[in-house]
Design a protein around this ligand. Structure first.
Ligand code: PNS
Length: 169
């Protein structure tokens, strides 16, 4: 793949499964948009995860709808290696949110592997906001599947759609 970034613009990629996007993800995306000139939120494949509630297209659509006010943020999907995607886009950073210590080993391992695969790119670990420390898509799916209230966890404009879909399962 050719490097698409012909300018010296600093591009960050926020990758994840986003099944579905939570307020925690959105907070990381918003804070990343303040630090970088251009941000690509990338719905990627995590082979360790199965039984997705939403298709890749639905997840991309959700993220687009909650980031419309962020001029320097775009949304894409990829089924390839993250390191290759960064190279193709000329992106310099992978930004990942870190919640509890339990995230650390996994993120550290991916960061080291991505550095070998693409030495030009840095992984930036952004600590989650205190109120989002416990928040993840799996918890949201579980609460919704029992008919629980997920309004504190997902962006308001997606709430009903997500709630209806997940409670049907
Ligand atoms: O939200 P997640 O599931 O924790 O995100 C993990 C994700 C999708 C970022 C990771 O699995 C990934 O980078 N997938 C793309 C394929 C790849 O590059 N794998 C090697 C990572 S070192």
């Amino acid at each position: 793949m050719q490097n698409e970034n012909r300018s010296s613009m600093k591009i960050a990629v926020c990758p994840g499964s986003f099944d579905p996007i939570t307020k925690g993800h959105l907070d990381i995306i918003r804070r990343t948009a303040k630090l970088f000139e251009r941000v690509i939120v990338l719905v990627s494949v995590n082979p360790a995860k199965t039984n997705f509630a939403f298709t890749i297209e639905e997840r991309v659509d959700f993220i687009r709808r909650v980031t419309t006010d962020l001029d320097n943020v775009e949304v894409d999907s990829s089924d390839g290696l993250l390191a290759d995607y960064l190279r193709a886009k000329g992106a310099c950073a992978i930004v990942k949110g870190l919640r509890a210590v339990s995230d650390f080993e996994y993120e550290f391992q991916m960061s080291l592997a991505n550095k070998v695969l693409n030495p030009e790119a840095e992984t930036v670990i952004m600590t989650a906001a205190a109120e989002n420390m416990y928040l993840g898509s799996s918890i949201v799916k579980q609460i919704a599947s029992f008919g629980g209230d997920i309004s504190n966890f997902v962006p308001e404009c997606l709430l009903q759609e997500i709630q209806v879909r997940l409670s049907r399962k």
